[in-house]
Design a protein around this ligand. Structure first.
Ligand code: 2RA
Length: 408
């Protein structure tokens, strides 16, 4: 099956309403990634299938690209058994939402959770499903199991699923730095995946959004060093942290997810401290970035911070290249980068913010400017919904890639 990287609506009669209707149609078919403008389209009926030939113009490059897709195939394609492990958690719930929204061909959903949640119900596409145990899920032999149940659970259970021939896409940190396991952001390195990969690691949210924005720049200018500071949403911690923030806002004494109040505060600690004085979250950004971008020479230093925000993580990124860059070219690269939306207009105070990134799949980039203190260095601001591109969307995109390449 072919996935469209962009779809364009256009046409003489296009107005906001027809555009919205088309957009929803494409979204419901799970194919909408970016939107450009169609200038021409035609259809052909070949081998029993309708092909839509769309022609559009990529404005930045001012060249015409012919783009075609067969989106009728989705209805006819094989339906898969899909397990979502940790289906009752914050990320698990988002996984179900994203699977439904992107119309992943779920023939049978197997929601899985810890023993205490077995028998509970989750809703998927308007239908209720009973949560089952790990052992019962393996017995049903899903094609793919998307795990979001913590490192301990993944360490114990992912190998058991894999041994049963089930492909695991794991959202915990358990396997990310295992040299035998691929760590994948589809826009960057899905090409490393093979049928032999039965446990595939989904990177940490703060890493994903940064590398999606940086990879096109790395390819062009070669990154030497990254200095990143994060401003991370409480949703990254889970339901307990969202509750703490809301309780504090409403003057309710309740269980604390953090050692300190989070409302009207900023906590410069995410995850536990390591011997080098950095937190685990900070070292994830260092190590995962190098692994995904396949370049151990990139120097990364990070400060990760929790802020009283929901909807997405924000990052201030200072990036030093070995080659000099042209700012207009950097903006053009960002505009055309897969999965990136450029929001950068100081004149009208346009820049990415978590409230705008919430419930979106893209990584939003803005505040692009030269670091005037040293050569070849760029400052940028990167925002994304940590539960979507930072977790669920990336995992589902990996599954989509596997499916599209017949690797499931
Ligand atoms: C956080 N990165 O925001 C974590 C979640 N994986 O705490």
């Amino acid at each position: 099956m072919q996935y469209l990287s962009c779809i364009i609506f256009a046409t003489r009669e296009t107005n906001n309403e027809t555009y919205k209707t088309h957009k929803e149609t494409f979204r419901s078919k799970g194919r909408l990634r970016n939107v450009l403008y169609v200038t021409r389209y035609s259809t052909a009926f070949l081998s029993g299938k309708v092909f839509y030939f769309i022609t559009f113009k990529i404005k930045q490059q001012a060249q015409w690209i012919r783009f075609h897709a067969d989106w009728t195939k989705n209805e006819n394609m094989k339906q898969l058994k899909v397990a979502v492990v940790g289906a009752t958690g914050l990320v698990g719930t988002k996984m179900l939402q994203v699977l439904a929204e992107r119309n992943f061909p779920v023939g049978e959903l197997i929601p899985v959770a810890s023993e205490k949640s077995v028998g509970k119900e989750v809703t998927f596409k308007g239908k209720k499903y009973k949560v089952v145990s790990m052992t019962d899920a393996i017995a049903v032999k899903p094609a793919v199991a998307i795990f979001s149940a913590g490192g301990g659970t993944s360490l114990e259970w992912a190998p058991k699923f894999a041994a049963a021939g089930i492909t695991v896409i794991d959202n915990s940190s358990a396997w990310r730095m295992d040299p035998t396991k691929p760590l994948v952001v589809p826009e960057i390195n899905a090409d490393i995946l093979t049928t032999k990969d039965k446990v595939i690691a989904n990177p940490n949210c703060s890493t994903i959004q940064m590398v999606v924005a940086l990879n096109p720049l790395h390819k062009k200018y070669n990154i030497e060093r990254i200095v990143v500071s994060t401003y991370q949403s409480v949703t990254g911690t889970g339901v307990k942290a969202v509750t703490q923030l809301m309780n504090e806002r409403n003057g309710i004494q309740g269980e604390m997810a953090y050692k300190y109040p989070i409302d009207l505060n900023v906590i410069p600690q995410i995850d536990v401290f390591l011997d080098n004085g950095y937190t685990k979250e900070e070292m994830k950004m260092v190590n995962e970035t190098r692994k995904i971008m396949r370049d151990d020479s990139i120097r990364v230093t990070a400060t990760t911070v929790r802020i009283p925000v929901m909807g997405g993580h924000s990052e201030s990124v200072n990036v030093q290249f070995s080659k000099d860059f042209d700012l207009a070219e950097v903006k053009a690269l960002m505009k055309n980068a897969p999965g990136v939306v450029l929001v950068d207009d100081p004149a009208t105070q346009q820049y990415p913010m978590p409230m705008d990134a919430h419930e979106k799949d893209e990584v939003f980039v803005g505040r692009l400017r030269r670091d005037e203190t040293q050569p070849n260095t760029l400052n940028m601001w990167v925002v994304s919904d940590n539960l979507r591109k930072g977790a669920a969307t990336n995992a589902v995109q990996i599954a989509e890639y596997l499916l599209s390449k017949d690797l499931l």
